[in-house]
Design a protein around this ligand. Sequence first.
Ligand code: FES
Ligand SMILES: [Fe+2]
Length: 455
Amino acid sequence: MQRRGQSLRQPYGAYLSARDGHSDEELCRVGRGTPCGEYLRRFWQPVCTEAELGDLPRAIRILGENLVAFRDGSGRVGLLERRCVHRGTSLEFGRVQERGIRCCYHGWHFDVDGTILDTPGEPPGSSLRRRLCQGAYPVEVWRGLVFAYMGPPGERPPFPVFDAFEHARATGVMRVRHSPCNWLQVNENETDPIHLSFLHTRLFGVQFEPVYGEIPTMEWEETPTGMIYVTVRRWGEHLYLRTNDMLLPNAVRVAGINDAESETLFDRRGSALSWVVPVDDTSCFSIGWSDIDKEFEIPGRDGYVDRQVRGGAYVVGSGDVGQTGDPPYEARQRAPGDWDAWVSQGPVTLHSRENLASTDRGVLMYRRLVREGIRAVAEGKAPKGLHFDGGGERFTCCNNTVARIPAPADPEADRRLRLAFGREVTRRILAGEYSKEEPGCADPKRIEEIRRALE
Ligand code: FES
Ligand SMILES: [Fe+2]
């Protein structure tokens, strides 16, 4: 008698396959007091765009907490618990004041740090307001994004400035709409470079450029700020390296997608820096900056609209191929995108039913790093990626590099050459060899050095 619930190892064996399974709770739960929730709360997280703060308070939900964000009349941004400390009315119905916000129900008046400024219905001598506070989180506004620190007050790190902030050619704020799934499966997409060859190129037509149909050599490496993938593709007589950063715990710096056909390129920097911020365990949103060179050249397709620009903020729409669930269902079936790939894994994927392969080494590395960070926090230590020194820019490696290096006759020798090229470029970038030449980054001298090193 064959038993159900085992790994599927035979044709026509669905009857036998496991139907239950479980998620990796340690990595996926984000609420207060959960191991990962505590880990993510040690880092500054972007919670909304500045442009979203108009004259009305904005209800937001981050890491399973209901909050309200607003900009008061004097220009200060507040992020308060949504539930009024008095009797729980939502501050999304509050009235923004010159200083802070007033609850709609009985007029209690809160400053941006949660201090109660006034309890107008109480007797004049009441000490109530000095004995209580509305819950509040500290915020930083940086280049159009509002960041919050939601961790223990005594452990707030300095606001981190990544070198990518300064590299950005454009300062457009982008906000990708929500994904109704756990944050980790969205971020894992960025540690999984081979899906470019299939999802984005071979299976449904060329979504970016034909070069991505080539299967690259792939390696993953830890960096001071997290990890990178290093992919190298052969394109005629050229080698094309593409490296993306995963900045712990939940940000990615992605390289441009239009550089492959350059003649010579060294360390051409990224096209976007964005965070996947958990709303709760089963939904998240992406937010960050875009500096894609050719963003307006992304072709519109049936059922797709072009990227829209609203009030100086790039709103990532369905023109960004596959980044939202906006296109009609059939259009997404005919040409699915990243959004369909990660959302369709389920609200929280069942990790126990995965069968990871050699190309998932980046996914495994990322999960390990997140897990190590979670455990470090649980032990009272600083997780990787968190810096308390305050000074200097945080290092990112994301780059495109192209060199003319014709292929040897033997495919295996070419594979080794691509790996060696990837390692040589990565070694230089990890050692701090930036190309600060913008735009262009044609750096023939450096490329010549790399070619010589490979010989
Ligand atoms: S419930 Fe907010 S002031 Fe009473
Ligand atoms: Fe993708």
